[in-house]
Design a protein around this ligand. Structure first.
Ligand SMILES: Nc1nc2c(ncn2[C@@H]2O[C@H](COP(=O)(O)OP(=O)(O)OP(=O)(O)O)[C@@H](O)[C@H]2O)c(=O)[nH]1
Ligand SMILES: Nc1nc2c(ncn2[C@@H]2O[C@H](COP(=O)(O)OP(=O)(O)OP(=O)(O)O)[C@@H](O)[C@H]2O)c(=O)[nH]1
Ligand SMILES: [Mg+2]
Ligand SMILES: [Mg+2]
Ligand SMILES: [Zn+2]
Ligand SMILES: [Zn+2]
Lengths: 204, 204
């Protein structure tokens, strides 16, 4: 418990720092392979003109950081050494590398894990859960913590809906019982469907 | 570190107990929605005649346990209360419920998480990683710990191969570099393809 309260303190410090820079900060949480990096790629390509930066959390490699750097996005890679979540201290240290690029939007791609990342406040404005249609309909009920704390749910890979057991309406009803404030964005980075609503939500 | 050595002690105790009963014990680890419960369902339906039992680990619900109980499989549900992995103590306690059913094969479905469950020995004979083709090709390199410790890799949902970016041969080559001993079982519970090789591997 002491770990979380120390983290809370550092998260609030991050939040003050981000607010002072007028930065919009989005923490992306989801299972391995849910489509977090692909969503950042698609978002960066359509947000041209606005300065984006990414803090990228991975257990052992810098593979996602390299994928995003290849698109010219400023990225600070945090290799957590097997730790299964990012914490506020890691994010604080990583943002020092990005501050000189004066971003307007900061994405934090958390470690692929639907459990403990949702417990660690990083100082973000918005926690967005990323859920792919291929994971099954029952994930919100089985891993509710992330869905309770999130403000947005991005349902990815909707181009695969014809091939999987996943009913968008049924899942939307389920999550709204868990968190009535949740904004839901079904989309596909392959077809582009649903991306404009997500980009609008990210705001001016 | 003290937590892991206490866990090692309990895991060895479990292993002795399981060996004394002539029980084959398989620990299934994989991301949320990778297909662990579906694999147990398909295996149970085809192993008829052999007594199967399941220890089912879930963070907050008993949903998977109920799915398997509905098929008549003896299941001990372990609700971990948000803890992101099963440990040897939980498995020891759960197996007391199942011992009276005299199983020959015990499946342990771990909490959906590709990180810490691989660090906790439960006393199993075999750690099998479950990876779905929809998660992407890069998971073995990005989350190597589970692939290093596993003896088997079950690649699920191969019926979806025509619709995703996943090259079976390329992924097989990658994982064999991480762990040359790994046995690989591509399969689909929807079409039944590949299941017989997996059932043979589970043994007499
Ligand atoms: N069909 C389809 N595939 C997608 C979509 N978005 C991502 N993918 C695929 O899903 C797989 C995983 O995507 P990533 O973006 O690497 O997922 P991630 O959440 O960043 O994964 P980790 O960082 O390892 O946790 C890749 O094979 C992508 O091509 C989509 O909208 N449609
Ligand atoms: N197309 C296809 N879908 C599958 C296959 N196996 C499982 N699924 C689907 O994948 C989703 C998740 O399956 P589960 O068996 O619940 O996955 P799990 O690993 O047990 O999930 P958790 O216990 O929540 O971690 C469900 O929608 C299943 O129908 C398969 O071989 N082919
Ligand atoms: Mg990623
Ligand atoms: Mg399951
Ligand atoms: Zn963690
Ligand atoms: Zn854990």
């Amino acid at each position: 418990k002491a770990i979380l309260s120390e983290n809370e303190r550092l998260a609030q410090r991050n939040r003050k720092w981000f607010k002072s820079l007028g930065l919009r900060v989005i923490n992306l949480v989801g299972s391995p392979g849910s489509g977090k990096t692909s969503l950042i790629e698609a978002t960066a390509q359509r947000l041209s003109g606005r300065r984006l930066a990414v803090i990228e959390g991975d257990p052992e490699t810098r593979r996602d950081a390299e994928r995003l750097q290849a698109l010219g996005i400023p990225v600070a890679a945090v290799t957590t050494g097997g730790v299964c979540h990012l914490d506020a201290r890691m994010v604080h240290r990583a943002f020092h590398e990005l501050e000189p690029t004066h971003p307007e939007i900061l994405f934090i791609e958390n470690v692929g894990n639907l459990l403990c990342p949702a417990d660690f406040d990083l100082g973000e404005d918005l926690l967005a859960v990323v859920l792919s249609v291929t994971e099954g309909e029952d994930k919100p009920e089985k891993y509710p913590q992330a869905f309770r704390r999130a403000k947005a749910l991005v349902i990815t890979k909707i181009d695969l809906l014809p091939y999987v057991d996943f009913d968008l309406e049924r899942v939307a009803n389920t999550v709204l019982k868990i968190n009535p404030e949740l904004r839901i964005f079904p989309l596909s980075v392959k077809t582009g469907e649903g991306l404009s609503a997500w980009l609008e939500f990210l705001g001016p």
